[in-house]
Design a protein around this ligand. Structure first.
Ligand code: F3S
Length: 284
């Protein structure tokens, strides 16, 4: 009986850094401490932070009501107007935006200066994309699928720069870029998909193709976990999406000879270890 845990499962560099910054502020920061949205898509971690006094702001209206304290920007990042708002209110700002996302914010500004319209390949409702868009001009477009390309309001003569949401699926990104290229625009393509995601997806796919059952751990609203799940399910029909050990039906992995485990970027190591230990014990 074999249990394979993906080496790339769990917190990526950017999320780990953001969570550490919140714990650092709990110790040393100016109180009260707020995060702009939950710091990660993990209810357990958010609850622990809440118990330590960190409050989650759910909207810009929540932010506007604040009179004092520290506001932490999470790894997804936010648009320029939110930085301006925090500063205008005289609040302390701790920027935990992942440096890879920050790089895209910079690209937006640079490319607009060069006169290029930026096309973001991603989900326009995802907070990271909302933030990225908030650094571009009003001509910025967000495209999620090849289908959308036909109705785009882009002139043939326009210069474009294509970037990607960091957690976007690489193959889909490639397909959309290819379709753009065929339309004959003057295009600069910058693949801003984060390696952490790519590596996690490639490893998950490889493991899923080798095992009889696959477990994907992550928050329900985590888009990168959902993508992992889709990738694994293509390779392995017995793929299970769980948030914690409690969601795992022991029967589901009882009669298989090999199990693979991976987890989304916001899943703490502790939860991965719990699932690993449990599955392994069941085997013995
Ligand atoms: Fe950053 Fe990549 Fe994670 S962009 S937040 S290290 S998935």
């Amino acid at each position: 009986m074999e249990v394979i845990v993906a080496k790339t499962a769990g917190f990526c560099f950017g999320v780990k850094r953001a969570v550490e910054q919140v714990y650092h502020q709990i110790e040393y920061g100016i109180k009260p401490i707020y995060t702009l949205g939950p710091i990660i898509h993990n209810e357990e971690v958010v609850r622990d932070l809440e118990e330590k006094g960190v409050q989650v702001l759910h909207s810009e209206d929540d932010l506007k009501k604040l009179k004092e304290g520290t506001v932490i920007i999470r790894s997804h990042g936010v648009g320029k107007s939110v930085y301006d708002q925090i500063k205008a209110q005289g609040l302390e700002l701790v920027d935990a935006t992942c440096p890879f996302v920050k790089k895209i914010h910079q690209i937006m500004q640079d490319q607009n200066k060069e006169g290029r319209r930026v096309v973001i390949i991603g989900d326009e409702n995802h907070p990271e994309v909302v933030g990225i868009k908030g650094w571009g001009d009003d001509k910025t477009l967000v495209v999620k699928s090849e289908k959308q390309l036909d109705g785009l309001p882009v002139e043939k003569s326009e210069k474009l720069c294509i970037v990607s949401q960091t957690t976007f699926n690489y193959n889909k990104f490639k397909d959309i870029v290819e379709k753009f290229s065929k339309k004959g625009y003057d295009i600069i393509t910058l693949n801003t998909i984060c390696n952490a995601t790519q590596e996690r997806q490639v490893e998950a796919e490889r493991i899923a193709s080798q095992v009889e059952a696959m477990i994907v751990i992550g928050g329900k609203s985590s888009s990168n976990t959902r993508k992992l799940y889709e990738i694994c399910q293509r390779e392995c029909k017995n793929t299970y999406y769980i948030q914690t050990l409690d969601d795992l039906d022991p029967e589901s992995v009882n009669s298989v000879r090999s199990v693979g485990i991976t987890a989304g970027a916001s899943t703490p190591k502790k939860i991965i270890e719990e699932v690993h230990t449990n599955v392994r014990i069941k085997r013995v």
